[in-house]
Design a protein around this ligand. Structure first.
Ligand SMILES: C[S@@+](CC[C@H](N)C(=O)[O-])C[C@H]1O[C@@H](n2cnc3c(N)ncnc32)[C@H](O)[C@@H]1O
Length: 191
């Protein structure tokens, strides 16, 4: 997979704020391949049967890495969503670089029940309490409706207790600049 990514967070964060002439923007999550997302992408590529021929949503997509992996793994249709509108451009550029079709869904999908898809994939969504609680409730409701949900997490503060063995586990390379460590043990869970 080929992705347009940044090497360090501060320069692109400053550049984004300068370009948009706004301060206190959210970090440019779309410029990095987060450990949780890398794990889900790897898992889907290693086990294409999870998504092959199915309708897949990558929620909180950032760069679109998971969506691209799902498309490579043979998903029938892939949507990507993030509340950060800048992700639309990142997903578009990254999809183009990988010759796959990803449909962008803007806005906060968590405000309504999950759309009609077969599989929801999410990477690295448990780093803030309020956000983690909202995602867990929404994903739990989707799972109760029969949607398969797979979440990748590198041990963030508000990740739920997996409650069983993970579907997959990876030692993901990270950067000191982003994570303060060089590797994170990252697990993929089924909700
Ligand atoms: C750490 S990044 C992970 C990005 C990507 N999944 C990855 O693993 O590389 C978390 C993402 O969650 C997004 N996010 C936060 N709240 C959201 C919400 N309610 N709906 C959709 N995305 C949300 C952020 O904008 C950010 O892009």
């Amino acid at each position: 997979m080929r992705l347009w990514l940044a090497d360090a967070i501060t320069p692109i964060w400053s550049a984004t704020e300068a370009d948009l002439k706004r301060q206190s923007l959210d970090p440019p999550f779309w410029a990095f391949a987060w450990a949780g997302g890398q794990a889900v992408a790897r898992c889907v590529l290693a086990r294409p049967e999870l998504v092959s021929g199915r309708r897949v949503l990558d929620i909180a997509c950032g760069s679109g890495m998971i969506a691209i992996a799902a498309a490579h793994a043979g998903a029938a249709k892939v949507w990507a969503n993030d509340i950060d509108p800048l992700c639309e451009a990142a997903v578009s550029l990254n999809a183009e670089a990988n010759h796959v079709a990803i449909e962008w869904l803007g806005g906060d999908l968590l405000a309504a029940p999950a759309p009609a898809v077969d599989v929801i994939l999410a990477g690295d969504i448990f780093y803030q309490k309020q956000m983690a609680d909202r995602f867990l409730a929404w994903l739990g409701e989707a799972a109760a409706r029969g949607i398969e949900v797979y979440v990748g997490d590198p041990g963030r503060a508000y990740a739920p207790d997996g409650g069983g063995p993970p579907l997959a586990e990876y030692d993901i390379e990270t950067t000191l600049d982003l994570e303060g460590v060089t590797h994170r043990l990252t697990r993929v869970w089924t909700l």
